[in-house]
Ligand binder design. Structure first.
Ligand code: ZN
Length: 481
């Protein structure tokens, strides 16, 4: 109790000297679990007792692993965003864009400060995926949607990779230094140890352990700007082609003898003198390739991750994400679908067709969904399938051959989207303009055929082929004038 009174007095005194009065209504006191009589103590101080972890703008502040129950507000955030009034009636493309913005919001705020538990990540991703598929069956898995477009996805980001990238960013901020946080962390945990050689200790905080685990990836994405060499550790810092001399020379090195030496030891009058240490000739050559600039500036790190093209050297989240995400084969067809000049809704429809994931009647039946009629609503002759409805059905084939006559490039005889894409590629020759127009016509045809199919099924309305052709012509004139 005496301690509480002393604390209260200190706050009073602080208020008297600084003019900053403690607002007891807005304050909370937090006790450790070992502290008994918490209620009385809080009462003595005149403020309410708070529950750990402390929350700042809804985000739990903790030095330990955040638990799933601490991150409820993140799940609520995602839920509220996708359930908002603007989400009602969004198209497939609109829902994807909304999910993209939800993930961007989470990335900017939550992932920059704490280690989000995997269980929470799964929950948020499940909310997003359910929203995209309107709570129904997921025609394309979340992981596949989260690939870049040219690798068969729609360019969303997985939160697992976002979490890794955010952690790399924190490690980057740490090695860059120049902030109170970085100085404090270095003093607290690193002291005289080198960041790259420091062993992970159980006494380190969760954050610092996470930072140290980022080193292997970080090392591949940064490069050392050598100035006078006085702050670069000769053996331990990765400064020769993103590797350290310790890594390159390994066992040949007497670690104790080289302790604490900096690169400035082998720079004389602005020139490398690697021969003062026993390097192999090839290594000495590599060292000479590192430029020295003995101005007043200190050595520093710059970001040279993928896609930055050795530009500004500033951290780039996109580049970092690219480094930590999983990679898949690029497909030429996907490049073709996402090419410029085609409306997003049409790109997405062609994307789903190319992936074989449009919900045609044969698929609905296969998934056990009861429907009364399996016939194609365009011709009423054959059963509806993706293979039939777009280019085999006489109605859609008529629409596509009309497009081909507009293109003046002949008609491909194959009747599926993959072959037609190949046909366009083979016939584009030296005329990229023709290929672009062909792509636009293909995407518009696919979209209008699918739209007509849906109108016939869900609205009971029928447009004759000439009307569909008019609509296609109008869209083409907008996209490829
Ligand atoms: Zn048909």
């Amino acid at each position: 109790m005496r301690g509480m009174r002393a604390l209260s007095d200190i706050m009073e005194e602080f208020g008297r000297l600084s003019g900053l009065q403690l607002n007891r209504k807005k304050s909370r006191v937090y006790f450790s679990s070992r502290c008994t009589q918490q209620e009385e103590r809080a009462f003595a101080l005149g403020v309410d007792r708070g529950e750990l972890p402390v929350k700042y703008l809804g985000d739990p502040l903790t030095v330990n692993y955040a638990r799933e129950q601490d991150c409820h507000s993140l799940v609520d955030f995602a839920q509220r965003r996708v359930e908002g009034w603007q989400a009602a009636g969004l198209s497939f493309g609109g829902r994807i864009e909304l999910v993209r913005s939800v993930i961007a919001g989470i990335t900017m705020f939550w992932f920059q400060s704490i280690q989000i538990p995997t269980a929470t990540i799964r929950k948020v991703e499940a909310i997003c995926a359910d929203f995209i598929w309107r709570g129904g069956m997921h025609a394309i898995s979340w992981d596949q949607l989260c690939r870049p477009r040219e690798e068969g996805g729609v360019g969303l980001r997985t939160l697992h990779a976002v979490r890794k990238a955010a952690c790399e960013k924190m490690a980057w901020r740490f090695i860059k230094g120049g902030s109170l946080w970085a100085d404090w962390m270095a003093n607290r945990y690193l002291r005289r140890n080198n960041f790259w050689a420091c062993r992970i200790d159980n006494n380190f905080s969760v954050t610092f352990k996470a930072i140290l685990r980022c080193r292997p990836v970080l090392q591949t994405a940064i490069c050392r700007n050598m100035k006078d060499g006085t702050t670069t550790d000769l053996w331990l810092d990765p400064w020769v082609g993103s590797r350290s001399l310790l890594e390159i020379l390994g066992g040949q090195l007497d670690r104790e003898a080289g302790r604490g030496l900096t690169c400035s030891r082998i720079i004389r009058e602005g020139v490398w003198r690697p021969e003062t240490y026993p390097y192999t000739t090839q290594l000495a050559e590599e060292i000479r390739l590192v430029t020295i600039d003995e101005s007043q500036q200190a050595d520093s790190w710059s970001w040279a991750g993928p896609g930055t093209g050795g530009g500004s050297g500033l951290f780039c989240f996109r580049s970092c994400y690219d480094l930590v995400r999983s990679h898949h084969n690029r497909t030429e067809e996907m490049d073709f679908i996402w090419g410029k000049g085609v409306a997003r809704k049409m790109q997405l429809c062609a994307y789903r067709l190319l992936r074989g994931r449009l919900m045609t009647r044969d698929r609905l039946l296969r998934f056990g969904i009861q429907i009364t009629d399996a016939k194609c609503v365009l011709c009423n002759e054959e059963d509806e399938s993706m293979g039939h409805i777009f280019f085999v059905c006489p109605v859609s084939w008529h629409i596509w051959t009309e497009q081909c006559s507009q293109l003046r490039g002949g008609v491909g005889t194959d009747r599926d989207i993959r072959s037609i894409l190949n046909w366009i590629r083979d016939h584009s020759g030296r005329d990229p303009g023709w290929a672009r127009r062909a792509r636009v016509r293909l995407a518009a045809s696919v979209w209008h055929i699918w739209k007509e199919r849906n109108r016939r099924i869900f609205e009971g309305l029928t447009t004759p082929p000439i009307g569909i052709l008019h609509s296609i012509e109008f869209d083409v004139s907008v996209m490829a004038p």
